[in-house]
Design a protein around this ligand. Structure first.
Ligand code: PLP
Length: 702
């Protein structure tokens, strides 16, 4: 089981010193005989053996024959050598010329099904034909996350050292669930979590190699998984305590009382974790900067305790997904401590930025946390997957996840850690290798430069948008994310984003902040430049002009519709009563006449009101347009004039037609009804004029 890491490493050091000496000896002329090894030449794994088996003599071991030498199966070594190199060239060309492609594909769901045979091939196909189809069929369906105009979500880490490390990891092809299953993998992971933890300034209690420490670190596949396993650990811990306190209460009942907390801006994976973990979650309001504050949490805890619930877990976020806001840990931490709640900190995106000391104040209060996670595969140039997670007390994590079948046990369990107890999957990739390659090949300096450059570029975008009266900035721009919206309603902003994404020139995604639709612009490409930001701004600005232009057209069209609706209403008023009804009503008591008149009047008032509103809307749009110089585009104005002219002609034509229809109609007209005019309840000349005026007035050119 998990053992004191300091001790484990002392033992490991001794073991390796011995092992190195033996391997050296085994390779020397006086090496032990092969009889010490197993029949297959592999080392015996029995720890009971006092002799550490030697590595077989590499010189005398024949090279494994290449079963694919004849090229009939898959790929031969020689072919791999050739195609591997060609593929590296392809990768470099792809990344070098990526900006020539659309950022998002122009295809629809199911596009591939019609292009790829419905059955797998029986006969082998050549690499060339597969690659040809890759470019022809797959590439058109790719969203290019490394494209300089990709500004959606958060960055998908990528870099050449990381790709190479992943290639090596794939070549080694190990599945390192335990120390024995691949010692180097477990040990490099420990060391990398120690390095990286120090790099981001985590307190020493979290670091795996702190002398006599209880802390530990692990690489998970995703931040969602980190959120889930920490919730499981917290749940296990509280249930352990509750079982002791209430030994006769059914566990299910205890579980039903547990409640976790997160903010409105926390990632949806927290909600999912609680859903799978079968605990209640209370989603708390944030302040005006979209941050969870201590007071909000304190009040919620108190309210829930009063209801008989048991608060046990708080998931906070440093760098929220929607707007990169930072929950105030320094306020939340002490409350968690007072109430003995497990405090988890999810810094999936922005955690990597803490390698720059100037951002670390955002982490103030981390000393209260029980667990912390960040994804170098987002913002530290590491390819997916690589989510680093630390715990203050590794035993509290593993106690919730340990199952120990015989077939997974090994003889070094008391001196090593087995990462199979730190997460959900058993099998694990060699992910620490890419951290090692990237950290070493960029150095902390290089990585800091990369982060700072992204932050600078995000600020540049913020400045450009702020200087443009068409836009407003909605978040506090602290890292590489800018949330903005064009001034106007949500619908306008949705139209803008749809238009931008459909253009294939840029890709962004929306978020809802304070119940408003906002557009997220994230600096993503590794080598993003000032020029990229300027180009992106230009694309956004132009599309916004178009949206404004279209909305002017739409406003006019809407008025058209309103006019038609009004006509229909007028017509309705005329036809909704049969002559018999009208006669019957006119024969009724005189006392009712006053009321009837009142009703007719109120309908006229409604018409007038509608006309007034419509005009006001049109005018306010114009005022907005003129008050915004960038929006005051001569093209739009010209178009408006033309549109108005066209509309006036249409209106005149329509009014004439309407009048003709009315005058030829035999239907009664309630609008024109007046006491004593019974039987001739149709538009007279005066009434025609009234209706015509009403209609024409609606289209008064601005
Ligand atoms: N937590 C936060 C704060 C995130 O921003 C994200 C994704 O953007 C996640 C969790 C989920 O990340 P993953 O895709 O690694 O599960």
């Amino acid at each position: 089981m998990v053992y004191g890491l300091g001790n484990a490493f002392k033992s490991l050091n001794t073991y390796y010193q011995e092992k190195t000496t033996r391997i050296r000896n085994s390779l020397s002329p006086s090496r032990p005989s092969m009889s010490e090894t197993t029949a297959e030449g592999s080392s015996s794994s029995s720890r009971a053996s006092t002799t550490i088996p030697s590595t077989p003599n590499m010189d005398s071991t024949p090279t494994v024959e290449d079963p694919t030498q004849n090229g009939n199966n898959g790929m031969s070594r020689d072919e791999f050598r050739q195609y591997g190199k060609e593929t590296v060239d392809y990768i470099v060309d792809y990344l070098e010329n990526i900006q020539k492609r659309r950022v998002v594909p122009a295809i629809e769901p199911g596009y591939l099904k019609d292009l790829i045979p419905s059955e797998a091939p029986n006969a082998p196909e050549s690499f060339e034909s597969v690659m040809e189809d890759f470019e022809k069929l797959i590439m058109p369906g790719i969203t290019h996350w490394q494209h300089p105009r990709f500004h959606a979500y958060f960055p998908a880490g990528n870099s050449f050292p990381s790709i190479i490390a992943d290639m090596l990891s794939d070549a080694i092809g190990c599945v390192g669930f335990s120390w024995a299953a691949c010692p180097a993998m477990t040990e490099l992971e420990l060391i990398m979590l120690d390095w990286f933890g120090k790099m981001i300034g985590l307190p020493a209690e979290f670091l795996p190699l702190t002398e006599n420490g209880k802390g530990g670190g692990v690489i998970q596949s995703s931040a969602s998984e980190c959120n889930f396993v920490t919730l499981l650990a917290a749940r296990f811990e509280i249930m352990k305590e509750l079982r002791q306190r209430f030994p006769f209460v059914e566990e299910g009942l205890l579980l039903s009382k547990l409640i976790a907390y997160c903010s409105k801006e926390a990632h949806s994976s927290v909600e999912k974790a609680c859903m799978i973990g079968m605990v209640k979650l209370r989603i708390l309001e944030t302040d005006s900067k979209f941050r969870l504050r201590g007071e909000t949490l304190r009040n919620a805890i108190q309210e829930d305790r009063n209801l008989g619930l048991i608060p046990f877990f708080v998931s906070t976020t440093l760098g929220t997904t929607s707007c990169c806001s930072f929950d105030v840990l320094s306020e939340i931490g002490p409350i968690c401590k007072e109430n003995e709640l497990w405090l988890h900190v999810d810094a999936a995106y922005s955690g990597s930025a803490f390698i720059c000391p100037e951002f670390r104040p955002l982490m103030n209060g981390i000393e209260y946390a029980m667990s912390f996670n960040t994804n170098p595969n987002k913002w530290l140039l590491i390819n997916f997957d690589c989510s680093t997670m630390w715990v203050r007390d590794r035993f509290k994590l593993t106690q919730a996840l340990v199952v120990d079948p015989l077939y997974l046990q090994h003889s070094w369990m008391d001196k090593s850690i087995d990462y199979r107890h730190w997460g959900i999957p058993l099998s694990r990739r060699f992910r620490s290798l890419k951290l090692w390659f990237v950290i070493r090949m960029y150095g902390i300096d290089g990585l800091q430069k990369y982060i700072r450059e992204h932050v600078r570029l995000a600020k540049k975008m913020e400045t450009l948008l702020r200087a443009d009266a068409k836009f407003e900035i909605v978040n506090e721009v602290i890292m590489g994310l800018v949330c903005f919206r064009m001034k106007g309603d949500d619908e306008l902003n949705q139209t803008l984003l749809t238009r931008l994404n459909a253009s294939g020139r840029i890709h962004m995604v929306p978020a809802s902040l304070g119940d408003r639709f906002v557009i997220r612009f994230c600096v993503c490409a590794e080598n993003a430049t000032d020029k990229d930001i300027e180009v992106a701004y230009e694309i956004i600005s132009q599309a916004t002009q178009h949206v404004l232009h279209d909305s002017v057209k739409a406003a006019i069209a809407e008025e058209d519709e309103e006019a038609v609706a009004l006509e229909e209403m007028v017509a309705d008023l005329n036809i909704s009563e049969t002559p018999e009804k009208v006669l019957a009503r006119q024969n009724s008591a005189n006392a009712e006449t006053g009321q009837r008149l009142e009703r007719q009047l109120s309908k006229e008032e409604i018409l007038a009101q509608k006309q007034h509103e419509s005009l006001a809307k049109k005018r306010s749009f114009l005022v907005r347009m003129v008050s915004d110089p960038k929006c005051y585009n001569p093209k739009i104005v010209r178009h408006l004039n033309m549109a108005n002219h066209r509309k006036m002609s249409q209106d005149l034509y329509r009014d004439r037609t309407l009048m003709q229809t009315i005058s030829h109609s035999q239907r009664p007209n309630r609008l024109s009804q007046s006491p004593g005019s019974a039987g001739s309840a149709f538009f007279d000349d005066d009434d025609d004029r009234v209706v015509a005026d009403v209609q024409t007035g609606l289209q008064t050119p601005i």
